[in-house]
Design a protein around this ligand. Structure first.
Ligand SMILES: NC(=O)c1ccc[n+]([C@@H]2O[C@H](COP(=O)([O-])OP(=O)(O)OC[C@H]3O[C@@H](n4cnc5c(N)ncnc54)[C@H](OP(=O)(O)O)[C@@H]3O)[C@@H](O)[C@H]2O)c1
Length: 263
């Protein structure tokens, strides 16, 4: 907690003259116009779609059932049926698009739509196609408890989903793509924008009391969408949560200060 409080007080002064240091990755990210959202019908995916629409991106929403999505959610995206377990469907879904935001999640702890096949294999298909089709950025909504937060092969929770998510993250980290891995705390389905957003390294995050490990879904969407255009977020993996305080807090400075996470 001491470290965290110290971080809370940290404020970074905006640097000037950044244009002279813009990397090729940053330039590529600036050209992003069209975005595939995998899991666009989900609680997080839907708020990601809303945030993308508000910023004028072209949005293709993936779901296992495009007709159902159209009925439930209307024309908020170009709906496309794509079961992420099918690599051919994933290849078609990414065609002609600039970037991917993935917010899919398993629907059962074990079985054909469990973590192994959705959170790992499905994400792997998306990552591999993003590489093949030269996507400019890939943002993955994973989990604050995945990655180096724990020894995942000893964590049987929810069908070892932390283990499967971590394998998917590692595929993305080693893909050569510009990437951002957002590891949400416990999701609260509200628009966000009202509380302080914090980004922490995951081993530090996991030490917090459960009651502090929550995040508004709208804030997860804000950060995932920001990664399309902010080079500071590229190559970063982190836990995302809220804490008491104003929404004006500079969470990007948290992210900037984090070293690259090991696989
Ligand atoms: N719940 C939490 O507190 C929490 C905390 C940290 C991280 N997370 C993670 O955050 C992410 C988003 O969670 P959420 O609660 O927003 O998700 P959600 O509402 O459960 O939505 C899951 C999405 O995954 C899609 N999906 C499932 N199986 C699929 C398949 N085989 N092919 C294609 N799409 C498939 C669903 O689409 P269709 O049904 O339309 O096909 C749906 O859009 C998940 O990875 C979750 O594990 C959750």
């Amino acid at each position: 907690m001491t470290n965290r409080r110290t971080l809370t007080r940290r404020r970074f002064i905006a640097t000037t003259g950044l244009s002279a240091m813009v990397s090729p990755t940053a330039l590529a990210q600036n050209e992003i116009r069209s975005v595939v959202v995998a899991g666009a019908t989900g609680r997080t995916g839907k708020r990601i779609v809303e945030a993308l629409n508000a910023q004028g991106f072209q949005v293709r929403g993936l779901t296992r059932d495009a007709a159902r999505a159209q009925n439930r959610h209307g024309n908020i995206a170009e709906w496309m049926s794509c079961d992420v377990r099918n690599p051919n469907a994933v290849a078609a879904a990414l065609t002609g698009m600039d970037a991917v935001i993935c917010a899919i999640g398993y629907t059962e702890f074990a079985g054909p739509n469990g973590g192994q096949f959705v959170d790992y294999l499905g994400v792997r298909h998306l990552v591999d196609q993003a590489v093949a089709q030269h996507a400019k950025h890939f943002a993955l909504v994973s989990s604050g408890s995945a990655g180096p937060a724990r020894e995942q092969n000893r964590n049987p929770l929810f069908g070892y989903v932390g283990y499967w998510k971590t394998k998917a993250e590692n595929r993305l980290k080693s893909s050569g793509l510009s990437f951002t891995i957002v590891g949400p705390a416990g999701l609260v389905d509200v628009p966000g924008g009202t509380r302080t957003i914090r980004a922490l390294n995951r081993p530090e995050y996991i030490k917090l009391p459960m009651a502090e490990r929550v995040v508004d879904i709208g804030d997860v969407a804000t950060v995932a969408v920001a990664s399309l255009t902010d080079p500071v977020l590229s190559g970063k993996s982190f836990a995302l949560l809220n804490e008491d305080g104003p929404p004006s807090y500079d969470w990007r400075a948290d992210v900037k200060a984090l070293p690259p996470e090991e696989s």
